[in-house]
Design a binder for this molecule. Sequence first.
Ligand SMILES: Cc1cc2nc3c(=O)[nH]c(=O)nc-3n(C[C@H](O)[C@H](O)[C@H](O)COP(=O)(O)O)c2cc1C
Length: 162
Amino acid sequence: MKKLDFIFRRVSVRRFQPKDVDDSTISLILEAGNSAPSARNLQARDFVVVRGKETREALARAAGGQKSIAEAPVIIVVCANPQRSGSSGERGKFYAEIDAAVSAENILLTASVLGLGAVWVGGFDEGEVASVLGIPVRPVALIPMGYPAEEPVRKERFPQRC
Ligand SMILES: Cc1cc2nc3c(=O)[nH]c(=O)nc-3n(C[C@H](O)[C@H](O)[C@H](O)COP(=O)(O)O)c2cc1C
């Protein structure tokens, strides 16, 4: 079971130290995001890395004032890019959203393995986030990330029923 500890130990972290996260660490985390499966390997997802304080504050406002976003030194915005999905209409959107979501999970797990804290923030105004970043793709997850300033306890899950 030790091999699976990286899954069971991951928790959402929402408080961060002001210490920066270096580019090579972020690059590795993005590589992990990029290693996730995708429909027909079309990788219909994009990542935007945000470090600037003003942009982080604007994203925090777009997310109803969630402090984790303004406080984290880095935010990875995981986006769905349906135009790259190879399918049109609802199906294309669906594939792109899933491609983005599975990447986001790889990003969260990798951050945790590397000793960083992160949280998936999905409560935001999509149009506002896209406008702040000037992107033509659909933001799916804002992932504020940094060295943890809290140690949250793992939350209970529903019991398995077999
Ligand atoms: C789709 C999605 C949206 C979420 N949105 C938010 C959010 O807006 N703000 C937040 O603080 N956490 C958010 N979370 C994190 C969840 O609250 C968290 O994963 C859940 O409580 C389980 O806790 P854990 O991640 O520590 O296991 C979101 C998670 C997912 C998957």
